[in-house]
Design a protein. Sequence first.
Lengths: 299, 283
Amino acid sequence: MENILEVRNLSKRFGKINAVNSISFSVEKGNVYGLLGPNGSGKSTTLGILLSTINPTEGSWSWFGQNGTSSEVLKRIGAIIEHPNFYTFLSAEKNLKIVCEIKNVPFTRIDEVLQLVGLAERKKDKFSTYSLGMKQRLSIASAMLSNPEVLILDEPTNGLDPEGIIQIREIIRSIAAQGTTILLASHLLDEVEKVCSHVIILKKGVSLYCGKVSAMTATKGYFILQSSNLDELKRELELMGIFKEIKREENKLVASIDQDISAEDLNKNLLNKGIYLSHLVKQKESLEEQFLELVKQNK
Amino acid sequence: MKRLIRIEWLKNYSYFPVILFSSIYFGLVIGFTLICAQTIPIFGISIKLLDQGFLDFPQIWNFLTYFTALLKIFLGLIVIFTISNEFTSKMFKQNIIDGLSRKEFLASKVLTITLLSLLSTLVIVLMGLILGLSFSKSTELNAIFKESYFVFGYFLKLFTFLTFLLFITVLLKRVVFVFLTFFVWWIFEVILTIIEYQSRIVEKFDAMGNRINVIKPDLITDFLPLNTMSKLVEEPFQRIQFVESITGGKFTFEIPYLAIMTAIAYSILFLYGTYIIMTKRDW
């Protein structure tokens, strides 16, 4: 897989504060990455450095194999940071014309991207008359003008109402479906889980993990089981010796898997022992559980 | 370059402060030159500028450029408001992220400043030609072009002034701080100049105790930025017929080479400083 971005030992100090502390990660072409971390974990600072607006204290990075961030590289990247920034006294169309001139893109792209985010009818209106959701969608339109190879989004749904959040999410999904690499910074686990295939986890400026969401923790998931005789069920499960831990939660058993087994095989085994299940579910830990697990481990 | 001008045009042509201050500025400049042919009262004495030789070639250039340069603060306001808006609304950061390099951003602003100064100079040249050709005693080519330095001096004065404002606006970002700093700096230069003048002036007296001569030394404070700018186009009162008849002296014009060099050096320094701030700061 081709690496679009490679970050090596990046650090940024603001006075005494280590905003970013020697983080390294790489971004492969075509994947959707979540840059995950609580507020103040260094997400925006990292993106600022990678977009050349913040000078790093140490470290290096390369976009498309070229060191650093030149303005030519930036033309191949679409980025949305924090709040949507536009000239408030200009219409959406005029604002996008300026971006077209900066990125050397023909004006014909303007209608196409406005169509993509559903703002074509409002293009003549001043930016200051837009709602927050519309402003955010206009930012995405602006970032998409140059058909970027990478799209960087910093908290794109911050402050939006549920409808706005869904709209933005739909737009991100449709962009990802075209094969555009996306780097999405967020503190909303749920959001990252819904759209991302890979995650980079930051905490207090340190990167804890970089890779597939599914490979984040070593656990293979767990079973939730229910039967008329839970004690007998628990004994049989322990005898099988393929579970790390079997916990009783109210009238259910939760068994963490050590050696993988399919739900079908487990059901067959228990049936042979004369145990009839009334409930059987095999589950993976949610991103939230995995995230908390990881943060706990690295305390 | 065309691309940068197009970007600047799109950004500015419908920005309210730009429309407001440019109409005030060019309105005042043209209005001012048009009333020049009229009688205006100065200190209670009505002086008809026409009769005083102000509208004669070649001194009309000195006269026009000196007075219209007093209005340059309106051009300055255009620069302060547009640049400040780029930074307070985070558009500088957005432009950089969109792929405009810092050098291109600075170049686009220098182009705007150059075009504003050129446009203003062009208006002055046109007004000077119109007034001079209608009222001047002499309309020989030699007289018309003899002091055309003032046209260049005027342009350089505006350009240096606007780069100075560009620098402090990028440094301080907010319009209010820029105003305060500018006025404090202005007063600071005036005070320094007065102090130096008072302490270094040499006066000669005759036996009766009457002052017979004043020797004005070359002042170091003349090298301060605002003083340098005013040296580029000196005040024209010393050459007015009214004053010449009192002092009995005859005015001779010299090109202020030193002030030209200093002004160019300041412009370069301000632009370089602006670039350094843009690169070193975190946005």
